[in-house]
Design a protein around this ligand. Structure first.
Ligand SMILES: C[S@@+](CC[C@H](N)C(=O)[O-])C[C@H]1O[C@@H](n2cnc3c(N)ncnc32)[C@H](O)[C@@H]1O
Length: 279
């Protein structure tokens, strides 16, 4: 992967002053914070994780579970000719993998800078800059929808997103998305031994917010328990087919933020929900 790209000064701000807290954050504030944070941090994200993600691999999370082996979207040989929406696509690595299998992916993301990285890497995948809560597509436009850690962890109202996904899917279409495993919210987000002791209530749904000196959110993540996520999937009009908790593989010695081999061998880091549109 070519890491030689021009930094864009428009997206640089000093986030050192941001204060981390737990407080409520609604849909509009969460979206605004996400767009700003991902625009400012896309360069660093792609620089740090681009090699692990690969330009045209479909990786579900820091464990490195690859769609080529997992087959959560269905058998790879049956992807040919399918219309697929990737939500929170970042630099569209997963969409490039889908395109190489003969699918017709569309890569959607809120962040302009993330999509500029998709353009930098190249390929023929159509890119759409939009919020997952208001998908700019006609009803029944896609056979499949997928998201590797895109959008869902960052929105205040996941049911709104799921209903939108349901609307743009054809009857029986699959919706597969990964998020931080909810159990992680009970532990410090640290890769070492300090990340192994419970420090917060798993049941506290108050969002994690980083805010600037004026109290404006600059980063927001939303916690839902496993049960909440199941209820959200059902409320969004889906059947839950599977809940995959990838185990940390022996080959993966790489840390990614609070994800590490040490913790990954003891507690799950990622939850992947495999859903199907209720007709
Ligand atoms: C952790 S990155 C994952 C990107 C990519 N799937 C990957 O695996 O590298 C999360 C992505 O979700 C996008 N995102 C966050 N909130 C969103 C929203 N409300 N609508 C669409 N995209 C959103 C961000 O801009 C970012 O590119």
């Amino acid at each position: 992967m070519n890491q030689e790209y021009e930094q864009d000064d428009r997206f640089e701000t000093d986030e050192d002053e941001a204060e981390a807290t737990r407080r409520d954050a609604g849909d509009a504030e969460s979206s605004r914070a996400s767009r700003g944070w991902w625009d400012r941090n896309a360069d660093e994200y792609q620089n740090d994780h681009g090699a692990f993600l690969g330009d045209d691999r479909f990786v579900w999370g820091p464990e490195g579970l690859d769609e080529a082996e997992a087959g959560l979207l269905g058998p790879a040989e049956e992807l040919k000719g399918l219309d697929v929406l990737e939500i929170g696509a970042g630099a569209a690595q997963c969409s490039r993998w889908l395109a190489a299998r003969g699918a017709r992916p569309v890569a959607l993301d809120l962040s302009h800078r993330q999509l500029q990285h998709a353009l930098r890497i190249g390929g023929e995948v159509p890119l759409v800059e939009a919020d997952a809560g208001a998908l700019p597509f006609r009803d029944g436009s896609f056979d499949l929808a997928c998201s590797a850690y895109g959008a869902v962890p960052f929105v205040a109202d996941p049911v709104r997103v799921f209903r939108e996904v349901r609307r743009v899917l054809r009857p029986g279409g699959r919706w597969v998305f990964s998020v931080t495993h909810p159990i992680r919210w009970a532990f410090p987000d640290e890769p070492g031994p300090e990340g192994l002791s419970v420090s917060a209530s798993y049941f506290d749904r108050t969002p994690y917010v980083e805010q600037d000196a004026a109290g404006r959110a600059v980063y927001v993540e939303h916690h839902r328990t496993l049960g909440d996520r199941v209820r959200d999937v059902v409320a969004g009009g889906f059947r839950l087919l599977d809940l995959v908790e990838p185990e940390w593989p022996a080959w993966n010695g790489q840390e990614w933020g609070g994800w590490s081999p040490l913790r990954g061998n003891l507690i799950p880091g990622t939850a992947i929900f495999v859903c199907e549109r209720e007709d």
